[in-house]
Design a protein around this ligand. Structure first.
Ligand code: NAP
Length: 282
């Protein structure tokens, strides 16, 4: 019998998760399929009831459901509780268990780039779902200090008090400095905008973007021009997916093949959205 997995979010039509998980199932000869389920916020409880009724084996959870979904699950682990968001659901014989692998995606991305986070000063831009997992990953990695800037200052303060870090106003970004700069806002998604200027980028050694469409965002291209180490958002997506796959199946998925499939798919999407580098006007 085939098992069914999938992603719930709204919208999910451009999700890259089906590409990597279906490839891994095929490569490993596992009888399973992974679909994309667009679920409006008002239908989330029905969707989770559907997961139970249909016996869906596992789900990825994305915007806007990562926080709300927690109340419909039988158990949420301490990591997801500390982060305040669930991105992975595992169906254990009808009991739905929630956890979070986004933060592991962040840690593995830095490991792959050979960056030791110990003792670093980290600036995080944004205070939404991605920011929560990123800040958690940084705090757990022994960094010296994490500071957060967000357009809505109140949200920055909420995240800061949750993790015991510092919050700054978006208007004060011009004075930002540190070792590592991470964009966790949606600025740069399907556009050529950067949340900060090249001059600010120049004050950091490593720049990571959680946005992955385009793969090389405007922020990362500014960092490349300044000869900084850059980490694109597809790595976080890949590694959080790898961890999900392990949790669902108990098997290590084919990492390099998943990575190739993701990068190929995103290149197609860049063309579809007119985001190819050759199309850049600025
Ligand atoms: P979210 O919860 O909706 O948060 C969006 C964040 O962006 C908020 O902090 C928001 O500030 C800020 N923002 C939006 N427009 C802005 C603007 N024009 N100027 C300044 N700040 C702005 O979304 P999310 O889940 O955190 O996702 C953020 C990005 O990360 C998305 O592009 C998403 O695709 C990406 N992401 C990537 C991964 C991955 O695996 N690579 C995983 C999750 C998310 P306010 O609070 O002021 O609204």
């Amino acid at each position: 019998m085939y098992k069914v997995y999938g992603i719930v979010g709204y919208p999910v039509s451009h999700s890259l998760s089906p590409v990597m998980h279906n490839l891994a199932f095929r490569e490993l000869g596992i009888k399973a399929v992974y679909g994309a389920f667009p679920v409006k916020p008002e239908n989330l409880s029905l969707a989770i009831a559907g997961v139970r009724a249909l016996g869906i084996s596992g789900l990825s959870v994305t915007i806007p459901h990562k926080v709300e979904v927690m109340k419909y699950l039988d158990e949420v682990d301490y990591v997801a509780k500390e982060i305040g968001a669930v991105n992975t659901i595992i169906n254990y014989d009808g009991k739905l268990f929630g956890t979070n692998t986004d933060w592991i995606g962040v840690i593995k991305s830095f490991e792959e780039a050979g960056i030791d986070l110990t003792g670093k000063r980290v600036v995080v831009l944004g205070a939404g779902g991605a920011s929560l997992a990123i800040v958690y990953a940084m705090v757990k990695s022994g960094v010296k200090e994490v500071v957060i800037y967000n357009r809505t200052y109140e949200k920055a303060r909420e995240v800061a008090s949750r993790f015991g870090i510092l919050a700054y106003k978006w208007e004060d970004l011009s004075t930002a400095y540190g070792d590592i700069l991470i964009n966790a806002t949606s600025v740069g998604l399907k556009s050529f905008d950067s949340p900060v200027s090249k001059e600010i980028v120049s004050r950091f050694s490593v720049v990571m973007d959680s946005v992955y469409l385009p793969v090389e965002t405007k922020l990362l291209s500014l960092a490349r021009e300044e000869n900084k180490i850059i980490i694109d958002g597809l790595k976080m997506l890949l590694y959080q997916g790898v961890e999900q796959f392990r949790l669902w199946t108990g098997i290590n998925p084919p990492l390099d093949k998943m990575r190739d499939a993701l990068y190929q798919e995103v290149l197609k999407m860049e063309a579809e959205f007119g985001l190819r580098k050759t199309d850049k006007t600025s």
